[in-house]
Design a protein around this ligand. Sequence first.
Ligand SMILES: [Zn+2]
Length: 497
Amino acid sequence: MNKKFYITTAIPYVNARPHIGHALEFIQADVIARYHRLKGEEVLLLSGSDENALKNVQAAQSAGVPVQQFIDENAVLFVELANALGVQFDVFQKGSSKEHHLSSQKLWQLCAENGDIYKKSYEGLYCTGCEAFYTPDELDANQECLEHPGRKLESVSEENYFFKLSRYQDKIISVLESDELEIVPATRKNEMLAFLKQTLQDISISRTNERAKNWGVPVPADDSQRMYVWFDALNMYQSGVGFGLDEQKHNKWWPADIHVIGKGIIRFHAVYWPAFLLSAGLPLPKKIFVHGYITSSGQKMSKTLGNVVDPFPLVEKYGSGAVRYFFLREIPPTEDGDFSYEKFEERYNSDLASGLGNLVARVLALVGKINPKSFDKLRIPSEVEGQIQSPKLREIINAAREKVDTALEKFQFQDALIAIWDVIHFCDRYIEEKKPWSFDFAQDKPDQKEVIDDLLLAILAIGTLLKPFLPATSEKIANQLQHGKGDPLFPRLDRNV
Ligand SMILES: [Zn+2]
């Protein structure tokens, strides 16, 4: 049996349209999933829509649309975005589905049976943006949440259910320290360990029907309460693979090998989630990869500033390959990065139009000059390196292949692409050096034919290396090699920004 590999994106709130931050995360997760598929593993990539959050209810109300209709319409946009980007979700789990409700109630019951859920009266400050309670010392100077400055916190006083988070403090410290649950990058792990040095407070995991506006997963055996959104949202990772519904399926896929998340929700994933799982007697995920945020022309994206970048027109104008390339190559995988149309078009023109696209077009043009019969022989060789004559070219392709392997194990998407572009740059220099445009193919000189063969094989290798990163481009390259011609992969843009 093939090794299984289970990877998830975070589960986005569907209170608004997706933005480029979602695109970044979808692309990163898809590259890792595709890479493992190519290694022959049985892969499941899960995403979904967090449909039980209060902010969804509020957004639906201000839009004047019934909540279910509102979230269904928005959830579809996230699936459409994935499709547009060539991101292949195996499961897209909806938070308002009956299955997810049943599964989350099962998790609640297991935690309750273990004595970790109790009821008490509570007063606290709630940020609807984060869907989280904060203590005054966790807020900024204006007593506002760090993620949502300018938004007033809601003062909440009610009786609800609490989870004994404090009970799992030591155990979570030990699984994080030992990397039994590994957090990448290490700076995020240290941030969580520092947070865990304080005394953990138990957390509220339900709300009254009234405050929940009768929306969300009902608490088992208490029809006056709904689950706190993070309790059920984290369980999307399990409900999507059958937890509480299909034991065989759950046993097959759980635990997750990697959760891909943004830096704003790390505490939920590295502290709350393992605590719920430990309480329920379930295995912990193996790894959490934390990416940063994308700024827009140097500023935080916000509706007020009007600089939120919509990923749909971006894909429509430049193609999914260019969008995937930009986010993987330009945005540092574990830090914040910046998007601007100027940077985007610069990357597009230099790396894609003049780099990859130009090389493929040049080599195909050279091949067109040769007797087509000699080209036939080259069609999709099963093994590339052994046939390449230039030792330097062989070496640089091997190095790129090794670099892609080691870089992807560590989520270093930039390093992987740089190694592939090293092959492209080498081929450009090789062409300048050998001057194949001056070859007289009528004379059938073996050393000249060797140069053309080597370049064709190099392009084949580049196309194969690009598979997890730019799958559609990789397929186009294979097609063009088969037919000896094709449209430009990345037509040069006239700079107008
Ligand atoms: Zn907040």
